[in-house]
Design a protein around this ligand. Structure first.
Ligand code: IDP
Ligand code: MG
Length: 144
């Protein structure tokens, strides 16, 4: 997942990371970086040609982002649920977009929409040796 430039600018990084950590997802990689135009185009290639593509390119490269990889049972779907709807205006309170976002064009966070896209997107930001394997001390208490 990616904390978009508005999350960084608005000081929401810690708050959002805390939600995932509290839920029991394991942080296995994390990096702050500026997304270049070419990286943005590849990352969001599926949206090329849509009306919001250019504004999306400008948004995502407008400032530093924080990229991270979270691991855990059903993590891809769980992160999507915790993020809330794409349009923050319609996102449920209690979700990240529903608590911190107001519009679709500044919706705070990106999360992969499936295991395949997760794999692809991780590759844009991390080398294999930047993904950390370790046990969290509470792992035995997160499932039966
Ligand atoms: P997702 O981020 O929930 O997966 P997508 O449909 O994949 O949603 O869109 C990617 C990103 O493009 C959104 O998170 C949002 O930043 C931006 N976006 C999508 N639709 C619109 C729109 O109609 N107006 C402005 N930005 C949009
Ligand atoms: Mg998407």
């Amino acid at each position: 997942m990616l904390l978009k430039p508005d999350a960084v600018q608005r000081g929401l990084v810690g708050e959002i990371v805390r939600r995932f950590e509290d839920r029991g997802l394991k942080l296995v990689a994390m990096k702050m970086l500026r997304v270049s135009r070419s990286l943005a185009e590849s990352y969001y290639a599926e949206h090329k040609g849509k009306a919001f593509f250019e504004p999306l390119m400008a948004y995502i490269s407008s400032g530093p982002v924080v990229a991270m990889v979270l691991e855990g049972d059903g993590s891809v779907a769980l992160v999507r649920t915790m993020m809330g709807k794409t349009n923050a205006a319609e996102a449920e309170p209690g979700t990240i977009r529903g608590d911190y976002g107001l519009t679709i064009g500044r919706n705070v966070i990106h999360g992969s929409d499936g295991p395949e896209s997760a794999k692809r997107e991780i590759g844009f930001f991390f080398k294999p040796d930047e993904l950390h394997e370790y046990r969290r001390i509470d792992e035995a208490w997160l499932r039966e």
